[in-house]
Design a protein around this ligand. Structure first.
Ligand code: NAP
Ligand code: GCO
Length: 266
């Protein structure tokens, strides 16, 4: 067996949701470098245009579409268009996500539903749309972007933690239900990664000192730093490639060691 070749994504079509920037963009960049054709969607045309420009700057010819992952009709339309214009999706990465940091007793049910809709129902709708063609083809990879909050709770992120914990179980269920069709569904649980989503947690204080949450994360991470979107590249390629064909229903935490560590004593 040529083990290096088993990591190649040559000839594969990868669809990464919400991948105009941030973690999704880096995963797509890694897939392109590993040989895959890149398809992504985002919530509006401005973001898609921004993404297309960023891919072009990296020398990647990506296909970008506007699609809200919570809208089943547009998702079905998206998959039909991709199959017509590009081909059958071999790799789906459910990356699109939102967070609302609000104490639970102050959170409206509408905001709760919105987070669950984007972060949990979206991946269900997307996976449901690609699985039939994967079954027909006899193979497929689905990667769900989970979180530290798939395992841990913290103040203000009740809906996000419920959604990401649910996404972990959806991952295991897709594995259970479609593993016999040579479909592998795994999750990646990023630790604290420096992207716009976490920018408010890293904002400098008025006196120029670190945000208390920033210092907290540095103390809680054995690696002693925030992750960068590039830290997800290798793990994402592994889970999309034939190198992981017997890995199914697993959540790969890419967190600099946070989940292994009780934290620095004060
Ligand atoms: P992000 O800001 O969460 O980016 C996600 C992208 O998805 C954005 O372009 C966003 O558009 C888009 N999006 C939002 N709702 C959508 C919808 N309904 N349909 C389609 N696209 C939609 O950036 P990120 O930090 O790179 O996060 C990517 C994923 O990793 C998320 O699932 C997040 O929860 C997860 N994650 C992040 C971290 C971290 O530390 N950053 C850690 C663990 C897990 P807008 O810009 O308009 O919102
Ligand atoms: C928060 C953060 C986290 C991260 C990430 C951790 O407010 O605690 O935003 O939820 O984004 O998902 O893995």
């Amino acid at each position: 067996m040529d083990v290096l070749k088993s990591f190649s994504l040559e000839g594969k079509i990868a669809l990464i949701t919400g991948a105009s920037y941030g973690i999704g963009f880096s995963i797509a960049e890694a897939y392109a470098n590993a040989g895959a054709t890149i398809v992504f969607n985002d919530i509006n045309q401005d973001l898609v245009d921004k993404g297309l420009k960023a891919y072009e700057e990296k020398g990647i010819k990506a296909h970008g579409y506007v699609c809200n992952v919570t809208d089943e009709e547009s998702v079905n339309q998206l998959i039909a268009t991709i199959e017509k214009e590009v081909g059958v999706v071999d790799i789906l990465v459910n990356n699109a996500g939102i967070i609302k940091r609000v104490p639970m007793t102050e959170m409206t049910a509408a905001d709760w539903r919105l987070v669950i809709d984007v972060d949990l129902t979206g991946p269900f709708i997307m996976a449901k749309a690609v699985i039939p063609s994967m079954i027909q083809k006899g193979s497929g990879k689905i990667i769900n972007i989970c979180s530290m909050m798939s395992e841990l709770g913290r103040e203000t992120v009740s809906a996000y933690a419920a959604a990401k914990g649910g996404l972990k179980m959806l991952t295991r269920n897709i594995c259970s239900e479609y593993g016999a069709h040579n479909i592998q569904c795994n999750g990646i649980g990023p630790g604290y990664i420096a992207t716009p989503q976490t920018a408010p947690l890293r904002e400098k204080q008025a006196d120029g000192s670190r945000h208390p949450f920033d210092s907290f994360i540095l103390a809680k991470t054995p690696a002693g730093r925030w992750g960068e979107p590039e830290d997800l590249m290798g793990p994402a390629v592994f889970l999309a490639s034939n190198a992981s064909d017997f890995v199914n229903g697993h959540i790969l935490y890419v967190d600099g060691g946070i989940l292994a560590y009780i934290g620095k004593q004060p």
